[in-house]
Design a binder for this molecule. Structure first.
Ligand code: UTP
Length: 276
């Protein structure tokens, strides 16, 4: 029922400079696969087949990745390396990729708003590819969230418990736990100081949003850091109606940071060794 997944990928990725000077952060590989491909695979597993990507200057490698490279295909055809392109070829055949650019980096809320033209008037998923999520043997995080959406039909944010000293890096929620790991949100604060945080439940880069969010973003003034914060628009949505927070099952690596990226690489390397 949710067919479209939005990938805000316009950020500068300053924590990975100089690697991200001319290369999109979303193309950094964990093992031999770029972060954004993991994200697209998670969306496909959740039943989505339209990938709406918000890009910016210097991000063209993302478009090229989700396209055929005829010279390369020709070069490796019939060789022992042909299988290495199979996964990406399957994604290209299965999905439609649409793009628009965010001209000025005015924050995640603004990046999502730029996706309005690609999404239209239907519920959609949002996936931040630098949050790499895995749930070995179980449903991916977006699949889990789609199931919650089917029951409650409202916007849903994925949350994870983080140490109190780290809450300042995230949007943080509080609310009533109505089911195991499922909260009806009544408070949401962007990057709070630990002593002001309503809980240690941090929003990570997975959302299901209902399309009325676009009207709410329009009304959202710049917040923390002078950016249009999706958290502020979601707080307005929670006040008007209902927003859920879902404590997902699985692991999440913050691949926007060096530590998280190295951790993810080690994890997938060990996993690959066990499987082979
Ligand atoms: P981050 O906060 O990780 O920012 O954005 P960043 O620019 O990517 O990385 P650093 O902090 O400079 O290292 C979270 C997500 O939101 C997107 C980013 O691409 C990333 O996926 N984003 C953020 C946008 O698309 N546009 C924005 O204006 C801000």
């Amino acid at each position: 029922m949710i067919k479209k997944c939005l990938f805000p990928a316009a950020g500068y990725g300053t924590r990975f400079l100089p690697a991200t000077k001319a290369m999109p952060k979303e193309m950094l590989p964990v093992m031999a696969k770029p972060l954004i491909q993991y994200g697209v695979e998670e969306a496909v597993e959740a039943g989505m087949d339209i990938m709406a990507i918000i890009t910016g200057r210097g991000k063209r490698a993302i478009e090229d990745h989700f396209d055929i490279s005829y010279e390369l295909e020709h070069q490796i055809k019939g060789s022992s390396k042909e299988y290495m392109l199979k996964e990406i070829r399957d994604l290209i055949n299965r999905c439609t990729f649409t793009y628009t650019r965010q001209i000025e980096m005015r924050g995640l809320g603004d990046a999502i708003y730029k996706g309005k033209v690609l999404i239209g008037d239907e519920p959609f998923a949002v996936l931040l590819a630098d949050d790499l999520c895995t749930h070995d043997g179980g449903d991916g995080v977006l699949s889990q969230m789609v199931k919650v959406y089917e029951k409650y039909r409202c916007s849903i944010v994925a949350v994870q418990e983080v140490p109190m000293e780290h809450v300042g890096k995230y949007g943080v929620i509080a609310g009533k736990e109505i089911d195991d790991g499922l909260y009806m949100v009544d408070t949401m604060v962007e990057k709070p100081e630990p002593d002001e945080a309503p809980s240690n439940l941090a929003i990570i880069g997975r959302y299901i949003l209902t399309p009325d969010i676009f009207g709410l973003i329009e009304k959202t003034e710049p917040g923390k850091g002078g950016e249009i914060q999706i958290t502020d628009a979601l707080m307005a949505q929670a006040k008007e109606g209902m927003v859920m927070a879902y404590k997902f099952k699985g692991k999440r690596f913050d691949c926007g940071s060096i530590d998280g990226f190295v951790e993810a690489t080690n994890y997938f390397y060990e996993k690959g060794k066990k499987e082979s």
